[in-house]
Design a protein around this ligand. Sequence first.
Ligand SMILES: Nc1ncnc2c1ncn2[C@@H]1O[C@H](COP(=O)(O)OP(=O)(O)OP(=O)(O)O)[C@@H](O)[C@H]1O
Ligand SMILES: [Mg+2]
Length: 209
Amino acid sequence: MRKGYFITLEGPDGAGKTTQLARLLAAAAEAGVPVVTTREPGGTAVGDAVRGILLDPQYGEIVPLTEALLYAASRAQLVQEVIKPALTAGKLVLCDRFIDSSLAYQVYGGGLDFDFVWRTNLAAVDGCLPDKTFVLNIEPQVGLARRGAAAADRMEQKPLAFHQRVQQGFLQLAERFPERLTVVEADRPADEVFAEIWRQAAPHVAALR
Ligand SMILES: Nc1ncnc2c1ncn2[C@@H]1O[C@H](COP(=O)(O)OP(=O)(O)OP(=O)(O)O)[C@@H](O)[C@H]1O
Ligand SMILES: [Mg+2]
């Protein structure tokens, strides 16, 4: 039986997902709430191996279908091994990217069929959808610039038009799933972004104490 609360952070590269996840973790810990954080792809031994394949330029062009199935495989392992046990134990689960990244990148960015990717991933997560997803919205140029000179991984080598489709994809997902997804404008100071996230998350987090 699920008793915890599951929050995911989504949005384009460099939107501030990892930054905001660290802040959520600190705030939850401060509130005395048991919390588990994880990231995608990865978060398990199998998932980290899949992540290595997905993000390493040495593998060249991975076709979108392969990419979608690899992400779903990593996610399936993460749900069974980490997320479901933590929710069952009543913990707060914070995940850096999840199912909506597959839709934004592989469907809106990569051109795969929405229903195919959605159904594949619904099967992969085994009913375990987030309770709340914060979409950090940012122009791709701004997000990619924030990443600076850090070595570009395989996703970041895609053309700007791809990243623009991804950004628009996240916004369309928010319209499609308005109960679960909340858009937070991320091109402003991290403190302001966090204040908006925390205002909405805090009551759910406090309920886990
Ligand atoms: N609100 C903000 N304003 C300015 N810079 C920020 C803000 N939030 C994060 N940053 C900085 O931008 C960079 C990218 O942030 P972060 O790693 O949190 O983004 P991300 O969404 O996790 O990126 P990725 O998709 O690459 O994992 C970091 O150097 C971070 O310190
Ligand atoms: Mg990150």
